[in-house]
Every structure is written in C-alpha cells, then in structure tokens.
Ligand binder design. Structure first.
Ligand code: ADP
Length: 328
C-alpha cells in the first residue's frame, strides 16, 4: 500500500436519509481502522461540522448497524451551511481537530455543499451516493434505491390484492420529485397499466386511451403508478380527471410516502454501500479529492463531484415500452 495522503478523516450522512447509509458508514469506519487512519463521525450532517459534534469512531462503534435502516449519525438539512459564515465555522472546527478529509454520504445537495466547501477552504472531500432516488450521475445505482424500490413493489403488490377484489382503479404515488426510477421500475415489476414520470411528457388523453385499451382487453382492475414529481398534475388531480372521464370507475388514491425511506437495507444495498464506503477511504488515501465513489458495470469509479451534480442518470425509455406491451 502506498503511503496514505490522509491521516484523520470525518464521515457524516446528510440530506434525505436512505437505507444503507449505516452500511456505508460501517464500511468507512472499518476501512479507516484497517489502514490505521483516525476516523470521526459527525452528527446531523453539515450541522455537526458547524456545532463541533465530532465523535471518535472505531470498529466496535459500528457493530450490528449493517442491518439497520436510517442513519445512526442522523441526517439533517443545514440552512446554516449554505451561508459563508456557517461554512467558515465548519472549517474552523475541522482545522482545530486536524481533519484532513471528509467522507460525505448523501445526495446531490450534499455534494453541492461538499464541492463549495472544498473550493473555498481546500479541505479534501469525497462523496458516497446515498439517496433512494437513483438520480446521481457516476454510479449505476445509488445506496438505498434497491431497498426503496422493493418496498414500493411490495406495497403495490398489496394494493393490487384489494384492487382486484373490488374491481378498482388505483393511483399509487411513489417517491421521486425529479426522477422516475422508482416509479418506472416498481410499475413494471407490478404490472401497472400506466407509469407517469417527470422525465416523460404525459397527457390525460394518453392516460384515458390506456384505460380504454385495458377495458377492451377485459381488465377489471388497474393500477397507475405516478412519480411524486409528475408534471401532468398531482395524483389527486389525476384521479379527479379520470373520475370525470370514467364516472363508473371506482377510483382510489394511495400515497406510499416515507415508508419508502425506511427499513432494513436489501442485500444489494448492503453490498453496494460496503464497496463504496471502502472505495471512499481508499480514494482519499490515494490522494483523490472532490470526487464521488460510484459503481459502474461492477467497477469502482471516481467521478468529479462537479460532474456528478451537473449530469443525471437517464431513465431507460425501453423499459416504458416493455411495460406498455406487457401490462395489458
Ligand atoms: P440531498 O443531499 O439528499 O440532495 P439536500 O438537497 O437537502 O439533500 O442537501 C443536503 C444539505 O447539503 C443541505 O441541507 C445543505 O446543508 C447542503 N447544501 C445543499 N446545497 C448547498 C449549497 N448550494 N451550498 C452549500 N450547502 C449546500
């Protein structure tokens, strides 16, 4: 092993929480311990940097957390860190403790903060993509996405049982303010007759045509999966418009909400989090900074944070087509 470019690191979880953040934290702490780096945990994301909330972490402080959802360090959205004064205070605390580098586990907001912090004060930063939305460029999947997707799928399966029993039409909203990955994949996996996502231009006429096709094909119950950020309207607007167009339909709305963020991480998320937590520490030791560790085609890759923020993972339009063909 080459001589490490860093000796003392701090790790935090920030922004929207995601299942697998604990597994990533465990990987960071244990990899640091393995390579004799001093490692500190920071509570509540950027707030902890500002409030000097650092705790020395060793391999036993992350015992049994690989199975746990949420984040033991807690997460936060820090308004103060968005100010120069806030970041100055955060930097002073890092300097006092002699922190060489930060491992930032979070989504694109977290990375934006890390990028600015690095450019202003020169402190080394490395990102680990932890978000259920899967919208971060530079990694095939983000930590938490697989678990959230499976949670959504299981919930929609349960809705399907009741929809079938009563010949109902269900509109189900899943998370994804800017990205339709959860909607597209959970919709395909549960046989939704239509999937509405922000990346795609939808129209109420198209939706009505789908209902007509489903009816003609003899479907007695239907599920439409809608991403939170769908541009055509809220799930309630869509249900209302459908009722106006099809007065005989027994329509129900279900918003899955925060259950999608919770729960024990899936095997895929635990493995990904372990790989990326490890890669973050090794990347820092090799002298990398202002990059994000990701996994592409099963290879660990480092993408400049600036690029990870600016670009987005594209959804696969082929999946939408397959879903349309298979659902009816
Ligand atoms: P996520 O990381 O899940 O996208 P947020 O968008 O809430 O979540 O970002 C997490 C935190 O990152 C914010 O609360 C804030 O402290 C910090 N952050 C986000 N954008 C900026 C920015 N432009 N400048 C400084 N800090 C930022």
């Amino acid at each position: 092993m080459i001589e490490s470019a860093v000796k003392k690191i701090a790790v935090f979880t920030s922004g929207g929480d995601a299942p697998g953040m604990n597994a990533a934290l465990r990987a960071v702490v244990r990899t640091a311990n393995h390579y004799n780096l001093e490692c500190y945990g920071v509570r509540e994301g950027y707030n902890g940097l500002i409030n000097n909330d650092f705790t020395r972490m060793g391999p036993r402080s992350v015992k049994n957390i690989i199975t746990e959802g949420g984040t033991i360090l807690k997460s936060a959205r820090s308004l103060e860190f968005k100010t120069k004064e806030g970041r100055q205070a955060a930097y002073e605390n890092c300097k006092k403790l002699g922190i060489d580098a930060l491992v930032c586990i979070g989504g694109d907001g977290t990375f934006r903060g890390a990028n600015i912090f690095n450019e202003e004060f020169g402190i080394k930063v490395i990102g680990v993509p932890g978000t259920i939305d899967n919208d971060i460029f530079g990694t095939d999947n983000t930590i938490g996405y697989d678990t959230a997707l499976n949670t959504a799928m299981e919930a929609i399966d349960k809705i399907r049982d009741t929809a079938t029993s009563h010949n109902r039409v269900f509109f189900v909203e899943v998370m994804g303010r800017d990205a339709g990955f959860i909607a597209l994949n959970s919709g395909l996996a549960t046989g939704a007759i239509d999937i509405l996502i922000p990346e795609q231009k939808d129209s109420i006429e198209d939706l009505f045509r789908t209902f007509e096709r489903a009816e003609k094909a003899g479907k007695a119950s239907s599920i439409v999966v809608v991403a939170e950020g769908e541009k055509l309207g809220s799930i309630y607007d869509l249900a209302k418009a459908t009722k106006a167009g099809f007065p005989d339909y027994d329509i129900r709305v279900a918003v899955l909400g925060h259950i999608q963020r919770g729960g024990s991480p899936s095997c895929a998320d635990r493995v990904l989090a372990s790989q990326l937590g490890y890669a973050a520490v090794v990347g820092l030791m090799e002298g990398r900074t202002n990059v994000m560790a990701g996994l592409k085609s099963n290879q660990i890759v480092y993408t400049p944070i600036e690029e990870a923020i600016k670009k987005h993972n594209e959804i696969d339009p082929g999946l939408l087509k397959i879903s349309e063909i298979l659902a009816i």
